[in-house]
Design a protein around this ligand. Structure first.
Ligand code: HMG
Ligand code: MG
Length: 308
């Protein structure tokens, strides 16, 4: 299959990236990060979670974050909503899109949202019905689509099953998520080949964590399956609090460098994102995990240093 001519990059750093930070990141830094990202051209920024603050304390300030951002017309600001209480928060915050998050692995579903897969679908039903009635976009995220930290191997059929259930709930977009970054290109292709039979290809996305360094290879495999939406986190921030050892999402700078090299349009300025990666790494005191980001920063600094 020919590679897509353009892709949508969903920036998930403010949510998936920051949720794993041990030290509380001040609300003003979160707001500044989101505003810089929307100014850099991202059409979709995953901005907050309306989850239990006991489960993920870092995301406790979601309402303040959403109230503080400077909304850019046309930008989709997404928030995570595990239940009706979360949806109430999303509606009050005037989010554009909610994200319901389930798993293709029973064990992970229990650890992450404290219920079985079937219970999670039942819980999402009133959430999606109310969200649709309110005119919100709905995204469904399928964790552990390429492997589970507790169960290990996850059958492709389990991923297809959850995708079908999410489709029946009315999801506009569905994420195939490699929560712990164990997937390889062969498995990625197998999973996308299977899920594109039950849900429109153009509304599926690849959400790859980079724990085993396979994320870019997996994105290239998914591009070959015609997938047009990818999630990434500036400076490679992140990890899942309920998936021990999992590192951040693939770094946005690295994905943009790949897309630029392939001549695939993203509408996003790489240089601006490199600067944002530097900003958030400095603000959190964390090493920048983007290879392209670090290389481009070093190049820019060496060009500024006069030769003696
Ligand atoms: P529970 O303990 O079974 O539920 O948690 P509960 O109804 O008994 O509630 C427990 C407490 O939380 C109660 O407070 C509720 O009021 C409160 P208490 O009475 O004890 O004071 N509560 C809430 N507070 C604020 N907002 C809410 C909310 N709901 C309940 N919406 C629950 C069940 C789903 C709430 C919990 O398990 C939870 O919040 N889990 C979220 C975990 C999470 O955010 N994980 C990370 C995001 S998923 C991810 O990163 C994967 C992804 O990136 C894709 C991938 O890479 O795989 C998307
Ligand atoms: Mg994730």
């Amino acid at each position: 299959m020919a590679l897509p001519q353009s892709v949508k990059i969903v920036e998930v750093g403010p949510r998936d990236g920051l949720q794993n930070e041990k030290e509380f990141v001040p609300t003003r830094i979160k707001i500044d990060l989101i505003d810089r990202l929307s100014a850099a051209g991202f059409r979709n920024v995953e901005s907050a979670s309306f989850v239990s603050p006991k489960w993920v304390p870092q995301m406790a300030d979601g309402a303040d974050v959403m109230a503080g951002i400077a909304r850019r017309p046309g930008t989709i600001y997404s928030v995570l909503t595990p239940n009706l209480r979360g949806l109430e928060g999303a509606l009050a915050a005037q989010a554009d899109e909610i994200v319901i998050f389930g798993a293709a692995s029973e064990a992970f579903s229990q650890k992450n949202i404290n219920c079985s897969i079937a219970e999670s679908i039942a819980r999402f039903e009133p959430v999606t019905q109310t969200a649709k009635a309110a005119g919100l976009r709905i995204r469904g995220s399928v964790s552990c689509s390429l492997g589970c930290p507790y169960q290990g191997e996850v059958p492709v059929a389990s991923v297809v099953d959850v995708v079908e259930r999410f489709a029946a709930l009315g999801c506009d977009e569905i994420d195939i998520a490699d929560t712990i970054g164990v997937g390889t290109p062969k498995r990625t292709r197998e999973v996308f080949e299977a899920v594109t039979k039950v849900f429109p290809r153009e509304r599926l996305s690849g959400h790859f964590h980079d724990t085993y360094g396979q994320a870019l290879a997996n994105i290239y495999a998914a591009l070959n399956e015609g997938i047009e939406i990818y999630h990434a986190s500036v400076a490679g921030l992140g990890g899942c609090p309920y998936a021990k050892g999992a590192t951040g999402n693939v770094a946005t700078e690295d994905v943009l460098y790949l897309m630029n090299g392939l001549g695939i349009e993203t509408g996003i300025d790489l240089a601006q994102v490199v600067a944002i990666g530097d900003f958030i790494s400095t603000a959190t005191g964390k090493a920048n995990a983007s290879r392209a980001g670090k290389a481009l920063l070093a190049k820019a600094r060496s060009e500024q240093t006069p030769c003696v």
